[in-house]
Ligand binder design. Sequence first.
Ligand SMILES: [Zn+2]
Ligand SMILES: [Zn+2]
Length: 339
Amino acid sequence: MRVAMLVAPRSIELREVPMPEPPAGGALVAVRVALTDGTDLKAYRRGHPQMPFPTPFGHEFSGEILALGSGVSDWRVGEAIACVHSAPCGACFWCAAGEEELCESVMERKILGAYADAIVVPPHILRRNAFRKPDALTFAEAAFLEPLSCVVHSRDLLGLRRRSSLAVFGDGGFGLLHALLLARDGHESVLVGRRAERLQLAASLGLATIDASTEDVSAALRERSGGRGVDAIVECTGTPEIWELAPSLVRRGGVVSFFGGLPADARVSFAASRLHYDEVRLVSPFHFTPRAVASAFGLLRDRAFDCARLISHRYPLDRIVDAFAQLDAGVGLKVAIEA
Ligand SMILES: [Zn+2]
Ligand SMILES: [Zn+2]
């Protein structure tokens, strides 16, 4: 089978490798669609500390069961599967505390290598974070399970108890998914971005938008909230400037969620008075829990919104080099790689 290996920054090789055997309790899945996301692009551009070269990559996928390991009785060969690339251990301190996104082995035991003809889904993932794909859901839609699980976990951490006004900063895939989910929850959500084509896409999906390249964002948000500042801000740009700006834009008692990660050595600062005297709450969602995955699957199954619209391009696996060259040049949103 073919597997795309990242061998150096900006260098992908499509290699021929033997078809793996499914482990006991696990499955071998023929990948039908694998999506690109920001983490894949970052790894492509400059490598990733947890992914030493050469490394398989790609982690948002859906497919069909090719073979099952011994002891699996609840799946059949040929069934369509939607799953994520990780699952918590269920036994560590954090799992016992219900904070499974922080499970001590969830990152170590995640799977990479969805840009391939097939991928092994190990038992811990097959048991906890895998679902039968309904026929009505396309493979491309089902591949949104992982990014949407991150967004559901992030939404839950905001802890919004009533209809709220909020702004999502960032017009990438995660910004759009947040804005769609929060609008669907009944909040007054506005997407703040800089790229005309992304803002057009957002508007065509029914979202309110602010163009940060031409509008005064602070003034626009004050105006949307009776001068108080919005109830919540979700930071999806992953830039220190917006991290530092966001706490100044919410109302007293508001909440800021730092979804977009910064480099490990980054430092940011805020006015402490906003946190203390104004009770501004800061949260920083990481990864997701099985609860979030189940609820993301429910959203996809119920077609809560049209996430397939976020797919800007489709490429066959043997053109993955072109797909990433194009993303690297700043063209495209989410790309579907089809094996
Ligand atoms: Zn654990
Ligand atoms: Zn992802």
